[in-house]
Design a binder for this molecule. Structure first.
Ligand SMILES: C[S@@+](CC[C@H](N)C(=O)[O-])C[C@H]1O[C@@H](n2cnc3c(N)ncnc32)[C@H](O)[C@@H]1O
Length: 242
């Protein structure tokens, strides 16, 4: 596909990720994907490794794993409508074509991951999905079942001022106005959940700073009127679980 055609195709779609498709074409995602990537601790060299990206959406992290040399990358998402592409897989499919990618993809929920069916992976990416599932422990147990090396888990966090394990619960759209958000743990709860799910070790690789939390709280107050005392206790964290 020539660059002008690609640019036109990209412009027709809504995007979550910012994917560099080459020749100056970058998909205009709402998510600052390169910034998120920098917080993950994803090995720079994935040569010979297998990678599973759960909740891959447009596939930024799957394509990045392939770019870093992974031999097998499987991208799965529960909201894709099928192998031929529903509305939410158009971006992934276009990027896949433009990058001439060999990333495999399947329309699959985290709950349905079965090592006998998909295999086990050296690196499992579970990014921005934990707070979208209504059974986070069950989901983490499935993540563990397909991890042979490390699972990199990135999530929203809440209740950060509490020292004991605590989890924010959002029966409506209290978290960022999105009714698909259910639970966000604080750091002790997150590490506890990883253990209960059967991982031997969970370590915090990165978490948002108090300055970041304050800036975010301010933006949420201005946009949604959310009380600052609530949002100041929220952030993001990345756990490496083995
Ligand atoms: C906030 S986006 C995160 C996308 C990407 N992982 C990232 O970090 O930028 C959440 C993604 O998880 C997917 N998702 C939600 N529930 C899921 C489930 N039960 N199993 C697999 N994917 C799920 C959504 O369809 C969506 O693509």
């Amino acid at each position: 596909m020539d660059t002008d055609t690609l640019r036109a195709e990209v412009a027709k779609l809504g995007w979550w990720h910012r994917i560099d498709l080459g020749n100056g074409v970058v998909t205009p995602g709402a998510d600052d994907s390169p910034r998120k990537l920098a917080r993950l601790g994803l090995p720079a060299d994935l040569s010979g490794k297998s990678v599973l990206d759960i909740g891959a959406w447009d596939g930024f992290f799957s394509f990045e794993a392939e770019r870093r040399g992974a031999t097998r990358v499987l991208a799965v998402d529960a909201s894709w409508t099928g192998p031929d592409g529903g509305p939410t897989k158009y971006g992934f499919n276009l990027a896949h074509r433009a990058l001439n990618s060999r990333v495999e993809s399947r329309h699959l929920s985290v709950y349905d991951l079965d090592p006998a069916e998909v295999g086990r992976f050296d690196v499992v990416l579970f990014l921005g999905v934990l707070y979208h599932v209504c059974d986070p422990l069950g989901a983490l147990e499935r993540v563990r079942s397909v991890t042979s090396g490390v699972a990199i888990i990135e999530t929203e966090t809440d209740m950060l001022w509490k020292r004991r394990p605590a989890i924010g619960f959002y029966p409506g759209s209290e978290l960022n106005g999105d009714p698909s958000n259910w639970f966000a743990p604080n750091i002790p709860a997150l590490l506890g959940m990883v253990k209960v799910a059967g991982f031997t070790l969970g370590t915090i690789h990165s978490r948002s700073s108090i300055v970041h939390q304050a800036g975010r709280a301010w933006r949420h107050w201005r946009k949604h009127g959310t009380p600052l005392l609530h949002t100041m206790q929220r952030g993001r964290a990345v756990v490496h679980a083995t």
